[in-house]
Design a binder for this molecule. Structure first.
Ligand code: FAD
Length: 425
């Protein structure tokens, strides 16, 4: 079989690339997906009338084209939702973001944050060499020790000083020092962060978006894993069959893709420099509602086994039957899926008042997301630049959060699909 463009991966990025290629008049392409259903991490699954995403998947749309495309695909099946996010630390319930809501902390902790910020402001500013230094510059040691260090250590599985700071600009809200100090007296009025409001499908979970896209993609082959790629011969083995191509688009996790290459020893070596985290997700359905309503809660404290708890049923009333609630609970990827781990989760949820020990559990199940976050360590930037440059020189374009090995959102997948299709045409 021969195709002009072979697209590896039928997640949001691969589907968006194919959709835009078709719109630009190119139909000689094939999207090849390992799983029996399209969508990758943006798919959803329905269990006994509950819709679960692969942990929370909310649409943060910040560009006119991103909004227009999602509205075109989902039509009336789209709602705008206000964020209700909190940080539970010790006995305090702090609105998100922590650094703009110090008023909610007990007096001694609040004072330590303010003192730390003043201390940081009095020091001459140095260019931060890592994420720890970036946080200390921006917030001082109080906010760093009470939230930034413990939360990010749990999320990234390593100390903030092992991370660079070239990812945090769009993701970590950065109030001005006077706003942080003011927040020790009263709640911030401003809605900080990229996700103060988000979009979400009314029915079908996040999967409704990828399904709407997949319906418009004619040449999608499912249950067809790519097992080998030869960039010199321009061939790939897809579901056991050899396919030749003129151009290749990769949306698979970059190190996994590099390891599939035949006869590219130098490129394969780069894969070892690319590190990632995994997430274990414990999904839970209960009768009744949570103690207090929320969208999601950050849990930085070391003794809590999870780092974030999301209320899947809060995103849409159609995500769960009436008088029930559904949660996704995110833990480090190496958490064993055992009864003992479940017990620890339950105990912490009850102790935090998120659920009651009298709640009736309807069901629960685990998921593991093997690729969650590309780790921004000191090797990442150089290795990614070298790999993407060398691949482009061999006729292979990479796109998406995992294809480009970056921290980005669904809107970027949609836009990179358009950008890639335009480059190909
Ligand atoms: C925990 C978590 C929460 C997130 N929350 C949000 C959020 O709230 N909002 C947001 O905008 N973004 C969120 N994201 C990011 C979002 O998931 C990604 O941006 C998006 O899914 C990237 O899509 P993709 O198509 O590039 O990758 P993927 O979804 O990973 O798709 C890649 C596809 O390739 C397939 N594949 C892999 N190997 C092979 C092979 N050998 N052969 C063939 N096919 C293969 C996979 O099965 C998959 O379908 C979150 C991510 C994580 C991990």
């Amino acid at each position: 079989m021969h195709v002009k463009t072979l697209i590896l991966g039928g997640g949001l990025t691969g589907l968006s690339t194919a959709y835009h290629l078709e719109r630009l008049g190119q139909t000689d392409y094939l999207v090849t997906e390992r799983e029996a259903a399209p969508g990758g991490l943006c798919a959803s699954r329905t269990v006994s009338g509950f819709t679960f995403d692969y942990s929370g998947h909310l649409l943060h749309l910040h560009t006119p084209y991103g909004k227009k495309l999602v509205k075109k695909l989902l039509k009336t099946n789209l709602a705008r939702v206000k964020r209700e996010a909190w940080i539970y630390t010790g006995a305090a319930r702090v609105p998100f973001p922590f650094q703009a809501n110090l008023f909610a902390l007990p007096p001694a902790r609040r004072q330590a944050c303010v003192d730390g910020l003043l201390q940081a402001a009095a020091r001459p500013k140095k260019e931060p060499k890592n994420f720890e230094e970036w946080c200390l510059n921006a917030f001082g040691p109080g906010v760093y020790e009470q939230f930034m260090r413990p939360y990010n250590t749990k999320l990234w599985g390593r100390a903030p000083k092992e991370l660079t700071c070239d990812w945090c600009g769009p993701f970590v809200p950065l109030p001005a020092p006077q706003e942080i100090i003011k927040s020790a007296r009263k709640p911030a009025k401003k809605a900080y962060g990229y996700n103060a409001y988000f979009y979400y499908p009314k029915t079908g979970g996040c999967g409704a978006l990828v399904n709407a896209l997949a319906e418009r993609v004619k040449n999608l082959r499912l249950s067809a894993p790519v097992t080998r790629v030869n960039l010199k011969k321009k061939t790939a083995v897809v579901g056991g069959e050899t396919v030749s191509f003129d151009r290749l688009v990769n949306t698979l996790p970059l190190p996994e893709f590099l390891r599939l290459l035949e006869g590219e020893a130098a490129l394969k070596k780069l894969a070892d420099k690319l590190v990632h985290t995994s997430v274990a997700v414990y999904n839970l359905a209960v009768k009744g509602g949570p103690g207090k309503p929320f969208s999601w809660i950050y849990c930085p404290d070391e003794q809590d086994p999870f780092y974030r708890v999301g209320l899947q049923s809060s995103f849409s009333p159609y995500n769960a039957p009436k008088n029930t609630s559904s949660f996704y609970i995110e833990l480090p990827g190496d958490t064993p899926h055992t009864k003992a781990a479940e017990k620890r989760i339950w105990k912490a949820l009850v102790q935090k008042g998120i659920i009651s020990k009298y709640d009736e559990v309807l069901f629960s199940f685990w998921q593991t997301l093997p690729y969650a976050y590309a780790v921004y360590d000191k090797h990442r930037s150089r290795a990614v630049r070298q790999a993407l440059g060398a691949l482009a020189g061999r006729g292979c374009l990479c796109a998406g959060r995992y294809g480009r090995w970056e921290y980005s959102f669904m809107e970027s997948s949609l836009l990179q699909g358009l950008e890639t299709a335009e480059k190909l045409v």
